[in-house]
Write a protein that binds this ligand. Structure first.
Ligand code: MLT
Length: 276
């Protein structure tokens, strides 16, 4: 399905009814990243997974920034009559969730920050982004996929689930080059979200993979310490795409987080429409 937001078309998948949950993919992913979550949570939540601008089947059009991605989501939520939602971001999706919180916090019912960090890129990190931009420009998305695939998936999963490695590689290799370059530049320029952490006052679940080669445990612990009342779940034998590598474990903690919202508000959390 497609929805018009900020003058462009965004592709999205929707499943279920109940508490709205908006899924934000990472780099260079697309909405299919969230297929196990849509399948697993549809019985208790209204799940919406979007292709960000420049990815999947969405329009590939600048400008690209964390703020722009966040505004696109807010606009798409308006169009789909989603008032407040649980915002679930993985990695770059988490960077976007921070921007969304800064710009549209009244739309955030709860947060889920998966395999992500609050800090901006270091100078060394920016240099790597510039190299990745050059690689994308010169050799295309398959070369970016080759460069990223090992870090993207945990060692345990790489050894036991080659079919998942292949599927994730195919997703990365299919990313539009212009959208990928736009996102790399946007991540390179993104602000430090560390000062944002103390302002977060909605229920926040942090999910990490104990085999994540991209986001360090130190960064995760710092984020957990700085978000008041946040809950941290570390998924064993999971790397950077913990939701795909250990979908049952990921869905269990996510479902619990969503159900607790329902209980806090005096409902069962199941089968209700909470898109106020
Ligand atoms: C992602 O998975 O979104 C990226 O690894 C994030 C990043 O490169 O900082």
């Amino acid at each position: 399905m497609k929805v018009r937001a900020n003058g462009i078309e965004l592709a999205y998948d929707e499943a279920g009814s109940g508490t709205p949950v908006v899924f934000i993919h990472g780099f260079p992913h697309n909405r299919t990243l969230w297929a196990p979550q849509l399948a697993g949570l549809a019985s208790r939540a209204r799940c919406l997974a979007f292709d960000l601008r420049g990815f999947g089947e969405s329009d590939v059009l600048p400008p690209y920034s964390m703020d722009q991605y966040a505004d696109d989501l807010a606009c798409a939520m308006d169009a789909l009559a989603v008032g407040r939602a649980v915002m679930v971001g993985l990695s770059m999706g988490g960077y976007i969730a921070f921007a969304f919180w800064r710009r549209h916090r009244q739309r955030v019912r709860a947060l889920v920050l998966a395999n992500t960090r609050a800090g901006a890129d270091t100078e060394a990190g920016r240099e790597k982004r510039r190299e990745m931009i050059a690689l994308a420009r010169e050799r295309g998305a398959p070369a970016v996929a080759d460069a990223m695939i090992t870090g993207m998936i945990g060692k345990h999963t790489r050894e036991r689930h080659p079919e998942l490695v292949q599927a994730v590689h195919a997703m990365l290799a299919s990313a539009p080059v212009a959208g990928s370059i736009g996102a790399l530049q946007a991540m390179l320029e993104r602000p430090d979200s560390t000062p944002t952490l103390a302002t977060i006052d909605v229920p926040t679940l942090i999910i990490a993979g104990d085999d994540d080669a991209i986001v360090s445990r130190q960064d995760v612990n710092a984020m957990h310490a700085a978000i008041r009342g946040s809950r941290l779940e570390v998924i064993p034998a999971a790397g950077h795409v913990s939701n795909l590598e250990r979908p049952a474990a990921f869905n269990a903690v996510l479902s619990e987080h969503v159900e607790r919202l329902g209980m806090r508000e005096g409902g069962s959390g199941k089968g209700e429409r909470h898109d106020d």
